[in-house]
Design a protein. Structure first.
Length: 441
């Protein structure tokens, strides 16, 4: 077995460009892309050229690539409506999967993906990269220090302009599924609290660039009855000066004090500025941190913070909001614990009809230490898990984060945004591009 994990990249344009530099020696990640898949010849050739891949490593379908190239895992940087298809194909052929967010186009499909991964004893991970940035890490340090005591209430606000085209513009809930999910994931990672219920209203502004709801307001009840209030809009005017940056603005009320964190400004504890700096949002770098954990998890057979089952809990917060918005009533997490019987319609999903969402840190079967298939065998000493890499906090002024930067975006050829060189940055998603359309983002 080679030292570097062999990856197939599917979806090479847009934010798939995050991975174009992966084959360079300075990435610090023990992986290399051995094949690229895209239905757009231009994106395929540009990515393969940058990755220095020969013609025989360029494919128009994932199935074709898997049949022709020896690989260990797949990176899926396509729109979410293709994720289930790619996941089942990867797991059928014994390949691990690292996918962009949202994990799938529907809650039901996400349950299928996680069930199929566990049934095949393979790793499924989602690129929820913002939880590894300076703000959540700094907030977590303050909470763990006990400076503000026990958490009593949480508020997060997010306000950014957007002019997305392509598949995001056609989503029914672009904010909740492609932006807010990152904030929900960060809150979970920082506090260790899980959502028990949500009441939400989502709406589309009159001059929105989205077909669906680019704004939402929600109140969650978290573990122990802690209230979490979220307000978000991805629909600000491009001329607005009321932006929060991608990290958002956080306020946490504790039994002994208060915390305020602003992605563009810094951190305050009990009214005093904390000795942390801020850093420019570099999602390329954060994405490499998540990928590195994915690789390490495969090699030593350990779970990782953004594996499929963990990400289901972040996705469940978006799903609770969507269900509450639809019904006009509070949505309960207990109603998400089981999926309808007809979700089990693929040969790799667990038998028995319903998939139960496991407790945090456990697999569906309840075994917290169940190991995915390892790529290679290590000694006990080598298997000792390393602490997750945290991003350094630089003591600089706070340049505005380079816009929203989910890990995938439409390309110019798709009528949307391409990734600048320095930037890396559902209920149900309408049909959007057909299977025959290009699949990169």
């Amino acid at each position: 077995m080679e030292d570097n994990l062999r990856l197939i990249l599917v979806g090479a344009g847009g934010f798939g460009q995050v991975w174009w530099r992966l084959n360079r020696p300075d990435t610090g990640v023990n992986a290399r892309i051995v094949a690229v898949v895209d239905t757009d010849p231009s994106a395929l050739d540009r990515s393969a050229t940058d990755l220095e891949l020969p013609q025989e490593a360029r494919f128009s379908t994932l199935e074709e690539a898997i049949s022709e190239v020896e690989a260990d895992a797949v990176i899926d940087s396509t729109p979410p409506q293709f994720h289930l298809e790619h996941a089942l194909l990867a797991f059928e052929h014994g390949l691990h999967l690292f996918t962009s967010k949202p994990m799938a186009s529907t809650w039901r499909e996400a349950l299928q993906m996680t069930g199929a991964a566990e049934n095949a004893s393979l790793m499924l991970a989602v690129n929820e990269q913002l939880r590894f940035g300076w703000l959540p890490l700094a907030v977590q340090q303050v909470l763990q220090s006990g400076q503000i005591g026990t958490i009593e209430a949480i508020e997060v606000a997010f306000r950014e302009p957007s002019s997305w085209q392509g598949w995001r513009a056609s989503m029914e809930h672009p904010l909740l599924l492609d932006a807010a999910i990152q904030h929900f994931d960060m809150v979970r990672a920082v506090t260790g609290l899980e959502a028990e219920s949500a009441f939400c209203r989502a709406w589309t502004r009159q001059q929105s660039s989205f077909y669906g709801a680019g704004s939402a307001s929600a109140i969650f009840e978290l573990t122990g009855g802690v209230p979490f209030t979220y307000t978000g809009t991805w629909d600000l005017s491009a001329q607005s000066d009321d932006t929060t940056g991608w990290w958002g603005v956080w306020r946490i009320q504790g039994g002994l004090g208060d915390l305020r964190a602003e992605g563009k400004l810094g951190l305050w504890v009990n009214g005093a500025a904390s000795a942390v700096g801020v850093e420019t949002l570099d999602v390329r770098r954060l994405s490499m941190v998540v990928l590195d954990q994915f690789i390490r998890g495969i090699r030593i057979g350990s779970m990782m913070p953004t594996d499929g089952w963990s990400d289901l809990r972040s996705l469940s917060m978006s799903e609770l909001c969507i269900r509450s918005n639809r019904s006009g009533a509070r949505a309960m997490a207990s109603d998400l614990e089981e999926a309808p019987d007809d979700i089990i319609d693929d040969p790799f999903a667990p038998p028995g009809g319903a998939i139960e969402l496991p407790a945090a840190g456990e697999s569906r079967s309840g075994a917290a230490d169940e190991r995915p298939k390892s790529v290679e065998t290590h000694t006990a000493e080598e298997n000792a898990p390393e602490a997750p890499k945290s991003m350094p906090v630089t003591e600089t002024n706070a340049p505005e984060a380079p816009g929203n930067a989910p890990e995938s975006a439409p390309t110019d050829a798709d009528g949307g945004k391409a990734v600048p060189e320095e930037d890396d940055s559902r209920s149900r998603i309408p049909s959007g591009p057909s299977q025959a359309a290009r699949i990169d983002q």
